[in-house]
Design a protein around this ligand. Structure first.
Ligand SMILES: O=c1ccn([C@H]2C[C@H](O)[C@@H](COP(=O)(O)OP(=O)(O)OP(=O)(O)O)O2)c(=O)[nH]1
Ligand SMILES: [Mg+2]
Length: 146
């Protein structure tokens, strides 16, 4: 386990901090720190009431909850949202309602999940050509064609 500092913001007073909801859950559920109404096709930037300081070499991904997607058509618009290790602002969730009905979010509802992952940073070295491969430049459905 890696320790990550978390700061509860004033709007997060009284809310449970993000937590793993089962023994081996990959993600910690994020709760809304405010009420919001998502009309059909509507989106909202929803506050969570906390900020974190990830260690260098880590990111956090903000991903949808499948229950909200399957039952209501509500998902994370920019999934996976990226929380950078140098970000100290409030973690927010961009939700979109693909469902036919308006969707109401109440403060304290679990609206998304946050996965902390290692990231590799690289140095790009500009080159005159790239190595040959069997795939070459084929992509976008190029494999398996008669
Ligand atoms: O779902 C998200 C996505 C991003 N962020 C915060 C943390 C992240 O470190 C910062 C910037 O995110 P991103 O790089 O995706 O947005 P940008 O549009 O490129 O903004 P910036 O120019 O600030 O990097 O916004 C969130 O709180 N939730
Ligand atoms: Mg950015």
């Amino acid at each position: 386990m890696t320790d990550v500092k978390i700061l509860r913001l004033p709007n997060g007073e009284g809310l449970p901090l993000p937590a793993y909801e089962s023994e081996h859950a990959a993600g910690m559920d994020l709760r809304a720190a405010e009420d919001a109404i998502l009309p059909p096709a509507g989106r909202a930037l929803v506050a969570t009431g906390f900020a974190i300081a990830l260690p260098h070499g880590f990111e956090a991904q903000v991903r949808p909850r499948s229950g909200l997607a399957a039952k209501h058509g509500v998902t994370v618009l920019n999934a996976p949202g990226t929380i950078d290790a140098d970000y100290r602002g409030e973690v927010k969730v961009i939700l979109i309602n693909h469902g036919a009905d308006a969707f109401a979010i109440k403060r304290g509802d679990r609206i998304a999940q946050m996965i902390v992952s290692p990231v590799t940073r690289v140095t790009l070295a500009e080159a005159a050509s790239l190595s040959d491969t069997a795939r070459g430049s084929g992509g976008f459905g190029s494999t398996g064609r008669g």
